[in-house]
Structures are given as C-alpha cells and as structure tokens.
Design a protein. Structure first.
Length: 81
C-alpha cells in the first residue's frame, strides 16, 4: 500500500512534516514499514484543504496534524480486515 503526503507550499505551512513524522512513528511502532510505503509528494491538487494525503488511488484527503494518528490508525485497520 502506498500513502503520499503532499509537501508543497500550502501543505508544508499547515503541518505536512508533523503528519509525516506521526505516520512514520506509527508505522515503526506497528512494524508496518514493509507493508505501507510512505512517500512525500509535491502538489496533490487540493491546496485549499491541506495537508493533502492520498492512499493508493483514492481521493485526496485533508489531514490536520492533530488528526494524523487517527487517520493512520484507520488505514491500518482497513488493511488488517
């Protein structure tokens, strides 16, 4: 599974690196680095709702840094069902 986190200007300003660090910590804690491929990406086309995150080929989702843990937990639950 691939997760892309936008690091373009708007997303950077709204906490993209906090989102990435939260995701990285969660993936390491749950030994998911080989299951989920976390990538930084430039503009995902949703600058107005930053931080933009795309899981596989799904629609881009806005993820605030304070909601990043809940988001990655939901992705994890989905892949373990």
């Amino acid at each position: 599974m691939e997760i892309k986190v936008c690091i373009g200007s708007a997303c950077h300003l709204k906490g993209a690196y906090e989102v990435i660090e939260t995701f990285k910590a969660y993936l390491a804690k749950h030994d998911l680095e080989n299951t989920i491929d976390l990538k930084a990406s430039f503009c995902l086309g949703e600058c107005g709702t930053a931080v933009s995150v795309k899981v596989e080929n799904e629609q881009v989702t806005a993820v605030k840094p304070e909601a990043a843990k809940q988001f990655i937990e939901a992705v994890h639950r989905r892949i373990t069902q």
